[in-house]
Design a protein around this ligand. Structure first.
Ligand SMILES: Nc1ncnc2c1ncn2[C@@H]1O[C@H](COP(=O)(O)OS(=O)(=O)O)[C@@H](OP(=O)(O)O)[C@H]1O
Length: 573
């Protein structure tokens, strides 16, 4: 039999309320509704499934105070993380949220009512206190930033009636509720299960340490990665789940099961470790691996760690007797090349050669396409990671040329287009000012607002194309620094952005204008013309400045190619 849930009873609200589903659904349609944020939705999912047992809703003030001050619910049960429904004053007033009221909780993704909360109380938390007691108080801590900058100023406590589970469209079969996982363990005949929490890809060291933990306890393994919200900058869960799936057959005789946990992590170190243990206990695990700096967010901008490396292990140790799940301290594994094996670091005799690849080093090797040895990871895992992290030579980028009309930017853009097409390896998209004006922005004029809109559209398209690995060449006038900065920001989410200032002087652009556009502008036939009666803000931090009055198009293209080459973007693998 699986481990009993925290508090003794699995609070599977979906199963509990299934007989009343129709009724609750109809009631919710008539109630005011609160549209939950992504984080609140993650919390609700685990309240509904019993993952947060013994919770049956969002914490009221009594429970909240207990959890913040003493890691305890009002009924005495150990609980370390305040699970709260934070709302703004406006939302509370607009929806009549007050004690006794029933309010629907809605999924922002598909507008479905998932639950009804019966409001117990509405209270204003002492956020400074919560920040200090729960997360340690460093204002740079991501959960504290969220608390201060994003969370609403009031909390609403109350029990929940469950209407329906959330809809998921990715990896549905791997999303086990606690009840489903318990049933699965039962079917497999597993009574001892070591759960492994992760928000990162898994490699050989992780496989070794989980197998060791299982061997020592004669148990099986539950790989239980977080697919809700993790630390910004983490590898996306789609890639990670493919990694875990690739790794799974490397466990002998089906000794491991993969289940996905829709948790919104807080990166709360010691408090989070206790919370994680409780959640795994609710999912039926009997053992839980807690590693060095478990669920820690690293260090702040001054390089100071938010938590000590063993704070989390000490915290779970402290509450060992009432946790009801055996915590297995995570031993950091290292590779011994001379004997081709992994061993816990602290068991390696001095003088023995060891090898490790850090996360930073791994990311670098993925970026450059450098070798990732088999002693570190399995080829099938590396293949998945490489698909999601193509080397620089396969990554998208945007070259954004800005300058006066007839500055030569269009000629450079066209020449760069054929140069990159000649090189091959990527699709190349050319977004000339006139093409965009014709295809995307035909209703826009040349006021500041319209120009900003035009550049924002170019930036959006460039960013999407960059994401899919294309080379993008954009060449609008883009006279405003702010718009250019915004474009950079958007594109850099997905790849490199190079701002090339085509600094050909206005006089030259005007003198060589064979189309007579400047003449028309001077004659007042075109108004608000850049350089004539409209401003051009000269870029202060262009990645490259070229000038066709003193140089030529070919040289400018060559300079851009050199820039791209230096960044490894044009390497032929
Ligand atoms: N008032 C005014 N100011 C600047 N440019 C004007 C204006 N009116 C029309 N045009 C013609 O529009 C083309 C420039 O558009 P852009 O999209 O590059 O401008 S912007 O980046 O949105 O500022 C460019 O067209 P092409 O010469 O065909 O490239 C300009 O000649």
């Amino acid at each position: 039999m699986a481990n009993p849930p925290h508090g003794g009873l699995l609070k599977d609200l979906i199963a509990r309320d299934a007989p009343r589903r129709k009724e609750l659904y109809a009631e919710a349609e008539k109630l005011p509704a609160i549209v939950l944020t992504e984080r609140q939705l993650c919390d609700l999912e685990l309240i509904l499934s019993g993952g947060f047992s013994p919770l049956e809703g969002f914490l009221n003030q009594k429970d909240y105070d207990g959890v913040v001050n003493e890691l305890r619910l009002a009924d005495g049960n150990l609980f370390s993380m305040p699970i709260t429904l934070d709302l703004s004053k406006e939302t509370i007033e607009a929806n009549g949220v007050k004690p006794g009221a029933r309010v629907a909780l809605r999924d922002f993704r598909d507008d479905r009512n998932l639950a009804i909360i019966t409001v117990d109380d509405v209270y204003k938390p002492d956020k400074q206190k919560e920040a200090k007691e729960v997360f340690g108080g460093d204002p740079e801590h991501p959960a504290i930033k969220y608390l201060v900058e994003t969370a609403g100023e009031y909390y609403v406590g109350g029990k929940i009636d469950a209407i329906d589970r959330l809809n998921h469209y990715d990896y549905v079969a791997l999303r086990y509720t606690p009840a489903e996982l318990r049933l699965h363990f039962d079917k497999l005949g597993w009574s001892r299960v070591v759960a492994f929490q992760t928000r990162n890809p898994m490699h050989r060291a992780h496989r070794e340490l989980t197998v060791r933990a299982a061997r020592a306890r004669q148990a099986n393994v539950l790989i239980h990665p977080v697919v809700g919200l993790t630390k910004p900058g983490d590898i996306d869960h789609f890639t990670r789940v493919r990694v875990y799936q690739a790794l799974l057959p490397r466990y002998p005789n089906g000794m491991a099961v993969l289940g996905l946990l829709p948790l919104a992590m807080r990166m709360g170190g010691p408090r989070e470790a206790i919370w994680h243990a409780i959640i795994r206990k609710n999912h039926g695990a009997t053992h839980f691996i807690v590693g060095r700096d478990h669920a820690g967010p690293g260090s702040n901008s001054k390089g100071v760690d938010f938590y000590g490396p063993y704070d989390a292990q000490h915290a779970v140790e402290k509450y060992k007797s009432e946790l009801g799940i055996e915590v297995v301290p995570f031993q950091q594994m290292t590779y011994l090349p001379d004997s081709d094996e992994y061993k816990p670091k602290d068991e390696v005799a001095t003088g023995i050669r060891t090898l490790d690849i850090s996360g930073t080093e791994l990311r670098k090797r993925l970026r450059t396409g450098a070798d990732i040895p088999e002693w570190f990871s399995y080829p099938e895992v590396v293949r998945v990671l490489r698909e999601s992290h193509p080397p620089r030579s396969k990554q998208g980028f945007t070259v954004f040329l800005t300058g006066y009309q007839n500055s030569g930017k269009d000629a450079i853009a066209r020449a760069l287009n054929v140069t990159l097409n000649q090189q091959g390896g990527r699709s190349v998209s050319l977004l000339l000012g006139e093409t965009v004006r014709h295809e995307l922005s035909s209703e826009l004029g040349f006021s500041r607002v319209d120009r900003e809109k035009n550049i924002a559209r170019i930036a959006f398209v460039a960013s999407e194309l960059t994401k899919s690995g294309a080379a993008v060449i954009a060449a609008p006038i883009a006279p405003f620094a702010d718009s250019r900065d915004q474009a950079r920001k958007l594109v850099e989410k997905h790849g490199s952005f190079y701002l090339v200032h085509v600094a050909t002087p206005l006089e030259y652009a005007e003198k060589t204008d064979k189309r007579g556009i400047y003449a028309k502008a001077r004659a007042g036939e075109i108004t608000g013309f850049t350089g004539v009666d409209d401003p051009y803000e000269i870029p202060v931090k262009a990645d490259l400045t070229v000038d066709v009055s003193t140089s030529n198009v070919r040289t400018a293209v060559h300079q851009i190619v050199l820039l791209l080459e230096a960044a490894g973007l044009l390497e032929q693998l």
